[in-house]
Ligand binder design. Structure first.
Ligand code: BMP
Length: 212
């Protein structure tokens, strides 16, 4: 059983001021800030650099394009200060390799989505294969669903010691039990939509510590 899990703040807010305020309020409790399209499309790509001054940033662009285009997206993320990028495993080995090649230039990390928290419909048949591919290619982590803890347990058996980052805690009703298999939990709305983000993240930390 894991004794410690890191919290990644999923900062899907649209206003720069709110993003910086929330990130600063909870920085003592989180290991990373994850940015996704909503904040980058609203605030511009430079927000990655601004947030990087608070905590290392994971650029969750769920890259899923042909290798060349995927490598361009990854390069923009790393050049702007991201420490890691997220790529969709279903895009295939060539795409993941192209993103890894760019990541190596920046000493960055690549996390591969195995299956989405919101649906297992199409992922059911491929997520184990995606996890195996992530191991074979030397990726740094996988994204796995806290909404299906039994899947996180199964994926942990496939990926060995690799990082597992689990979204879905809080607003999506995922289970904190995944801290037994995950290295990181990803939490967004339960923190940034809270009237008191600091208190909410403290409560999550408390619940996690009570699980051990
Ligand atoms: P929230 O805690 O507000 O539900 O946010 C979850 C975050 O994790 C969002 O940024 C979402 O895009 C991301 N995510 C997810 O919810 N499920 C997945 O399977 C993969 C994700 O990256």
């Amino acid at each position: 059983m894991r004794k410690k899990v890191d919290i990644v703040l999923a900062l899907d807010v649209l206003e720069r001021d709110k993003a910086l305020k929330v990130a600063n309020e909870v920085k003592a409790y989180i290991s990373h800030i994850k940015v996704n399209y909503p904040i980058v499309l609203s605030c511009g790509v430079k927000i990655i650099g601004e947030l990087s001054k608070i905590k290392p940033v994971i650029a969750d662009f769920k890259i899923a394009d042909i290798p060349y285009t995927s490598s361009l997206i990854a390069r923009i993320a790393f050049e702007n200060g991201a420490k890691a990028v997220i790529v969709h495993g279903f895009a295939g080995r060539e795409t993941v390799e192209a993103v890894l090649d760019v990541a190596r230039e920046f000493d960055g990390e690549v996390y591969v989505v195995t299956e989405l928290t919101s649906s297992e419909e199409f992922f059911r048949e491929i997520s184990d294969k995606i996890a195996k591919m992530a191991v074979e290619l030397g990726c740094h982590g996988i994204i796995a669903p806290s909404t299906r803890p039994e899947r996180v347990k199964a994926l942990r058996r496939i990926v060995g010691d690799m990082k597992i980052l689990c979204p879905g805690i809080g607003a999506q009703g995922g289970s904190l039990e995944v801290v037994r298999y995950a290295t990181h939990i990803i939490v967004g709305r339960a923190i940034y939509n809270s009237e008191n983000p600091k208190k909410s993240v403290e409560e999550i930390c408390k619940k996690v510590s009570q699980l051990d």
